[in-house]
Ligand binder design. Structure first.
Ligand SMILES: NC(=[NH2+])NCCC[C@H](N)C(=O)O
Length: 489
């Protein structure tokens, strides 16, 4: 059992909703303020964002909430001082006021720390300069920077004197996608999009070199490339059976024995199969369910169409789920519909030892209900909350702005965006309290409420800018330690 004493370096995640104890995040950096309209799509943003608003009025609330739940000593009693500081020093690594928590950890800090080692700095600088095609002189110049400034340059792409050396990494705020903790192992990603390539090199170095992960070096899993892929003509490379890509938003650790992997725009069937083989061989889990979803920008990863709220409560997009199917069946037109549309959505469950006889699961609700009941031992009826309250056309509208992408701070207490009104109404009807991050923090600060006693609550985060980046609070987190959810079993 993990206690509240000073955290050690335990790495363990065996559920989506066990009390969160430590995670990696990345606060929006100066690179996000450099996205230009003509590159926004290539860099996987839907629009350009206003950096100061995104930080001050939106993301900073996420950090404050995380600190209040995971490391309250860093924040309790200081809220008005933090909020009234126009320089935001509390959020800026390197300042005296920086929150510097070992439970809410910005990957930029870890990157700066590994770069203090000369050997690591030289290797990583060479690797980055290689993929970014920098000149030899730039490489020399980079080597001379202070390690923490160098970390900023590697992430933002630009120097303190504002020169841009390479493209920014605006998607690094979506820390979920760089890797995923599966029990006491970490699966590193293989990004599908070029815009995210540098992220995975930075992550690889952090996981392999930072002392925080030293004790699990043997548990870092990298997915081998498919050798056939090297010899394929370019126009055949896109095939799901040869491509080897996987992003963390498609991997969900729902129960100690059970992992979900989405096959999507970003994660290929080939990669999913490799991961299954490795995890079964290493006995990390014994059941893997593969959820194949349509390859569409609207739902790039499975965590954009459902996430878990509580042992027996899930939020999901209705049009891909059972209700969608049933609605279709009422209509005779469905007999004439092209079958290919349905084939794009498929769920197959593989159990170690009988991988050749997967079980087909008809719809998302059946799978999720089974996880709640069978894997997590919930005796209560399973409840589904639908995006946009499943009202046409709000399901899709609100899913686009991450109504289904919630981060559980503990079982039943989730963080999500404030803009998805109908989804929030659906939560209220299921007896969840909906409260804004701002109001909740004030109530924590004056002891009216406490993270420990909070139950069945949806905490809303301001989201006008953040949602343009197409990710929510689930994707903005990489949990590395959660309390076991099954302790009361
Ligand atoms: N796990 C997630 N859903 N991540 C969202 C990532 C959003 C990011 N703009 C991208 O397209 O890559």
């Amino acid at each position: 059992m993990i206690t509240d004493a000073a955290p050690d370096n335990t790495i363990n995640v065996s559920s989506e909703t066990g009390t969160l104890k430590r995670l990696l995040i990345h606060s929006p950096d100066r690179g996000l303020g450099k996205v230009v309209p003509s590159k926004a799509q290539d860099w996987l943003f839907e629009d350009i964002v206003h950096l100061d608003t995104m930080r001050r009025d939106e993301y900073d609330y996420y950090v404050k909430l995380l600190l209040y739940f995971l490391d309250p000593d860093k924040i309790k009693g200081k809220l008005s001082q933090i909020d009234n500081d126009p320089t935001r020093a509390f959020y800026i690594p390197g300042t005296d006021e920086y929150y510097d928590s070992d439970r809410v950890v910005d990957i930029q800090k870890l990157l700066g720390q590994i770069l203090e080692e000369n050997n690591v700095r030289v290797k990583l600088t060479a690797a980055i300069c290689g993929i970014e095609r920098c000149s030899y002189r730039i490489q020399e110049e980079l080597n001379a920077y202070d390690p923490h400034e160098l970390a900023k340059i590697f992430i933002s792409g630009s120097c303190p004197d504002k020169r841009m050396l390479f493209a920014p990494l605006p998607n690094l705020i979506f820390m979920r996608d760089i890797g995923i903790v599966i029990n006491d192992h970490i699966l590193l990603n293989k990004p599908a999009k070029t815009a995210r390539t540098r992220e995975s090199i930075l992550a690889q170095f952090v996981f392999f070199y930072h002392p925080m992960f030293a004790h699990i070096k043997d548990n870092l899993i990298e997915i081998p490339e498919n050798e056939r892929h090297f010899l394929l003509p370019d126009d055949e490379k896109a095939s799901d059976y040869h491509r080897c890509t996987l992003e963390g938003g498609d991997v969900m650790m729902v129960a100690p024995n059970h992992l979900l992997i989405g096959c999507s725009e970003r994660t290929s069937i080939y990669a999913a199969q490799q991961v299954m083989k490795i995890l079964f061989d290493k006995n990390v889990v014994d059941k893997i369910t593969i959820i194949k979803i349509p390859k569409k920008r609207d739902y790039m990863h499975i965590d954009t169409i459902f996430t878990q709220v509580k042992k027996n409560v899930w939020v999901l997009l209705g049009s891909l789920a059972r209700l969608g199917d049933e609605a279709r069946k009422k209509d005779v037109l469905h007999f004439f519909a092209p079958t290919a549309a349905n084939k794009e959505f498929r769920i197959l469950q593989f159990v170690k030892g009988s991988e050749q006889q997967p079980r087909e699961i008809e719809n998302l609700e059946d799978l999720l209900a089974e996880i709640s009941g069978k894997d997590l031992g919930s005796n209560e009826p399973v409840r589904f909350i639908y995006s946009g309250d499943n009202e046409f056309p709000y399901g899709e509208r609100e899913q686009w702005t991450d109504s289904c992408n919630l981060l559980a701070l503990k079982d039943g207490v989730v963080v999500g965006y404030d803009r998805n009104d109908r989804t929030l109404d659906a939560f209220r009807r299921q007896d969840f309290t909906v409260i804004s991050a701002k109001e909740l923090l004030e109530k924590f600060e004056n002891n009216e409420l406490s993270p420990a006693t909070l139950a069945d609550t949806f905490i809303t985060l301001p989201s006008a800018e953040l949602s343009r980046a197409r990710g929510g609070s689930h994707c903005m987190s990489m949990p590395v330690l959660r309390e076991p959810l099954l302790s009361e079993f």
